[in-house]
Ligand binder design. Structure first.
Ligand code: ZN
Length: 211
């Protein structure tokens, strides 16, 4: 939703409601963990009110434990925190689940998948950042394919049932290869909202990802 038109938010939310998209992906940025600030609770509450699909909330903030209950109260289905922003990932993940949400951990492009070795079985989702977080509309990092393949292998080796989500620079050109590498969830922002027919672009991505 970071790429939506905030002056026409209800229109864009309804477009997603009526599209083939499965979830709303919502990027929360604090201006500390990442240089940018996205939007705060009043905007988020408005989104939650109109969204008719699960909210997939991606926290790009320091010390995310402070906000777990806030996002649970908002009705988030999935709450993803950054490995680089958590001192005690295991505890944070348990707290997210105890609050009734699915738990995700996101990895920046430079962060090795090995940081998840001991917790991957506790996770519902791993978000692989395929750009450096902080801004929409960036170029996709090619190393992502290999990272996803290794992450899928780690998940299998640990008998984990984790969804792998790709966030950043997803287009109709790389979607099929990402799914083939082991991705389950593709996040698309600018590619959708900057296209001529966003709903059709979502349908196209959906079709590519499900073949
Ligand atoms: Zn995101």
């Amino acid at each position: 939703m970071l790429a939506a038109d905030f002056a026409n938010l209800e229109r864009d939310i309804n477009m997603v409601n009526q599209s083939q998209a499965d979830w709303f992906h919502i990027d929360i940025m604090d201006g500390v963990f990442v240089p940018n600030i996205s939007f705060g609770m009043p905007v988020l509450k408005a989104m939650a009110q109109h969204a008719k699909k699960p909210l997939d909330v991606h926290l790009m903030i320091v010390d995310p434990d402070r906000y777990i209950q806030t996002f649970a109260d908002l009705g988030s289905a999935i709450l993803t925190v950054h490995a680089e922003a958590c001192t005690h990932i295991h505890r944070t993940v348990q707290a997210i689940k105890a609050a009734g949400m699915k738990a995700g951990v996101a990895l920046n492009p430079h962060t090795p998948i090995s940081v998840l070795e001991e917790v991957i079985s506790d996770l519902d989702l791993v978000c692989v950042m395929s750009v450096n977080p902080g801004f929409g509309g960036q170029q996709f990092i090619e190393n992502t394919y290999d990272k996803v393949r290794r992450l899928r292998a780690l998940s299998n080796a640990k008998n984990a049932e984790v969804m792998i989500e790709i966030d950043g620079g997803v287009t109709s050109k790389n979607a099929a290869a990402l799914v083939q590498a082991g991705a389950d969830v593709l996040v698309a922002g600018s590619f959708v909202f900057a296209s001529e027919n966003p709903s059709e672009t979502i349908s196209d991505l959906h079709a590519i990802a499900n073949t």
